[in-house]
Write a new protein. Structure first.
Lengths: 492, 169
């Protein structure tokens, strides 16, 4: 007994505070089901039901009233205008489900992914700031999954070449056990702008080339189509989509008209134009536009011009007579592009139309080898490996490309749903002196935009080569091919 | 007898609810009458055309003078007075206005005007910041701001273009 006494005392002492904190027992409460319900009496049922209805209505009204009072509450802190220096983040994202309806037995068909699949599109983040009065900074960063899952470029013509999907992985540095794929970050634009007046602003950095409608609209939520018009694909674009350099631009108003201009001087277009220039000649551009925002009819008419040299240099290390690095200019051509565009917004109708032409005139002796595929402009497939492998095709010829597309959309007269069915047609004549055919495309689809920020699109396209020459090895049997795209885009 | 008493009580409750409801429902409608376009007293402009007002509220024109920015103060999106103003001045539905500002941002052309949900705050801000412009019902105008003419007319003039009817829809 005595041996157990200290233990009993210790237990009592430790239990004492909890005993002291014990509250008085709560009064006995009947469970809810046992309380008499005033509404059980049949004569009161209707009244009770009505009272409950009114109580609910009153609660709703009190909330509405509180909200209304909040809106009118002048006792809040004095109003302030947001700080100019604040960094604003926004952007857009899109993802698609895509299927090519294509004969996979063909060379071209094999290169496209013919399986229906989900596709991760753009994830672009904007950094926007006004660091000082009259100054603005804007950067747009595109997060990519490349080079994961990319196929080797079909740059070699050697028979037996195998094309496999690439997988780039790295080790998780924290555990050295986990392996994951990595993606890349691309800079779509990054510039600083100074502007004291609307008619004169000066932008320096990487900017989107001011031309056309598609390039200016830029983001998937803004664009009506789900699929990109062929003449805007990076390897086929008539103008450079972005330029590194200087842009002077502005607008002025004359009654209901806005008149605008932009003059650009840049590195122009070359394989590494976002990094450096490979010649002294700069690309120059001009954009003129007039637009009107009448209440019933809004329109914008634009004219664009770009001219610049494309050059590709190779550096060779020589040892004799003394060690030196010599430059060899392999390719040089003068590029000129012209474009006209018209956008109309008339009641429920929207019309976009663009017409463009591009001329490339090579310097003799600097033509480089012809493209592997004639319809692909040289700047994309003119990397050294392709030149080495495609030298059997002869020298590249001067080129003239012409393209146009139009979109007609109609906003359905639905009050709650902003749905626009659309049709789209394009025609591209990539060159006038090759074996490649003209390409005609037609598409139809629906664009459903929810509060401007979320957009659902579905589009089916039919491409058709005109005046098809079956002799062209890559395009044999490719008179018609089709694509279906379902896209979800969001602006955030 | 019991039933009539019940009815009478319910009627009273319903009436009380309606009394509570009245101010809230009124706040969901745009006020009828003229909408005054107001600016900071230092605003270098006394009169604007409807087209100029449109350019300002679309941020196509962003300067009064080379040294003075235009600071547009708008109502919150979806507010009845905003919906009515957008239809009347910009000729745009709420869908189109939302698209316009989102598209402008994605194009890299900047952000929409500051939006405020209280008319007293709008008046206070406009009175406080040089270059500010906004619009409020005429009865909310105070002496701290300048009322601009639209198409040469003041809100009290006959033929003033910014007069809202009871139902803005």
């Amino acid at each position: 007994v005595w041996r157990g006494l200290p233990l009993a005392l210790a237990l009592l002492l430790s239990a004492a505070p909890s005993l002291a904190q014990t509250r008085d027992p709560e009064p006995l409460r009947l469970p809810a089901w046992a309380e008499p319900d005033p509404c059980t009496r049949s004569e009161n049922k209707a009244l009770c039901h009505r009272v409950k209805q009114l109580e609910r209505a009153q609660l709703t009204l009190q909330r509405q009233l509180a909200r209304a009072r909040d809106e009118e509450d002048v006792s809040l802190a004095p109003p302030t205008v947001p700080d100019r220096q604040r960094l604003r983040l926004y952007g857009f994202f899109d993802t698609s489900f895509s299927n090519w309806w294509i004969n996979e037995d063909l060379v071209f068909g094999e290169m496209l992914e013919d399986e229906a699949m989900f596709v991760l599109g753009n994830l672009n983040l904007y950094l926007d700031s006004n660091p000082v009065k009259d100054w603005r900074f804007l950067a747009e960063i595109m997060f990519r999954l490349d080079p994961q899952g990319q196929m080797d470029r079909p740059e070699s013509k050697e028979l037996g070449t195998s094309y496999s999907l690439r997988q780039f992985t790295t080790m998780d540095s924290s555990t050295l056990l986990n392996v994951y794929g990595y993606g890349a970050v691309g800079i779509e634009r990054a510039w600083v702008e100074w502007g004291m007046v609307d008619w004169l602003k000066i932008t320096v950095g990487l900017f989107l080339t001011p031309y056309g409608i598609w390039n200016i609209d830029h983001g998937s939520p803004t664009r009506i189509l789900a699929a990109i018009p062929l003449m805007y694909l990076s390897w086929a674009s008539f103008f450079p989509s972005s330029q590194l350099g200087l842009k002077i631009h502005g607008t002025t108003l004359a009654r209901d008209l806005e008149l605008g201009y932009a003059v650009t001087v840049s590195n122009g277009r070359n394989p590494f134009s976002d990094l450096k220039d490979s010649d002294w000649d700069k690309g120059v551009g001009l954009r003129l536009h007039a637009s009107s925002l009448l209440k019933t009819l809004r329109w914008k008419l634009g004219f664009s011009l770009y001219s610049g040299d494309y050059s590709f240099k190779k550096k060779v290390l020589v040892l004799a007579p003394q060690m030196d690095m010599e430059e060899e200019l392999e390719v040089l051509y003068r590029e000129t592009a012209l474009g006209v565009d018209l956008a109309l917004d008339w009641g429920p109708f929207v019309l976009h139309w663009e017409l463009m032409a591009n001329w490339r005139n090579y310097a003799d002796g600097r033509r480089g080898p012809a493209d592997l595929w004639e319809f692909i402009p040289f700047d994309v497939v003119s990397l050294p490996s392709i030149r080495a492998s495609s030298s059997g095709l002869g020298e590249a010829a001067d080129k003239r490309s012409l393209g146009s597309y139009g979109i007609l959309a109609y906003r359905l007269p639905l009050r709650r749903f902003n749905i626009r069915p659309f049709i789209h047609a394009f025609y591209v004549d990539f060159t006038d002196n090759s074996s490649t055919d003209d390409l005609l495309g037609l598409s139809a689809g629906i664009n459903w935009r929810i509060r401007g920020k979320v957009v659902f699109k579905v589009e089916h396209l039919v491409y058709r080569f005109l005046n098809h020459r079956p002799a062209h090895y890559a395009l044999a049997g490719m008179e018609v091919f089709q694509q279906t795209v379902l896209q979800t885009a969001v602006a955030f | 007898m019991e039933r009539s008493r019940t009815k009478s009580r319910a009627t009273r409750l319903a009436f009380a609810a309606l009394v509570v409801l009245a101010p809230a429902s009124a706040s969901t409608q745009a006020p009828a009458g003229p909408i005054a376009v107001i600016a900071h007293p230092s605003c270098p402009v006394d009169s604007l055309s409807l087209a100029e007002l449109r350019w300002l509220f679309l941020k196509v024109r962003t300067r009064w003078t080379s040294s003075k920015d235009v600071l547009v103060i708008n109502w919150k999106a979806g507010h009845p007075i905003r919906v009515a103003f957008d239809r009347k001045v910009l000729g745009m539905s709420p869908h189109q206005v939302a698209e316009y500002w989102i598209d402008r941002r994605i194009r890299g052309l900047g952000r929409p005007p500051i939006s405020i949900k209280s008319r007293r705050h709008i008046v206070k801000i406009i009175a406080r910041f040089g270059g500010a412009i906004g619009y409020v019902p005429l009865k909310a105008v105070t002496g701290a701001v300048k009322v601009l003419k639209i198409n040469g007319r003041l809100p009290s003039d006959k033929g003033y273009p910014l007069v809202l009817s009871r139902s803005p829809q």
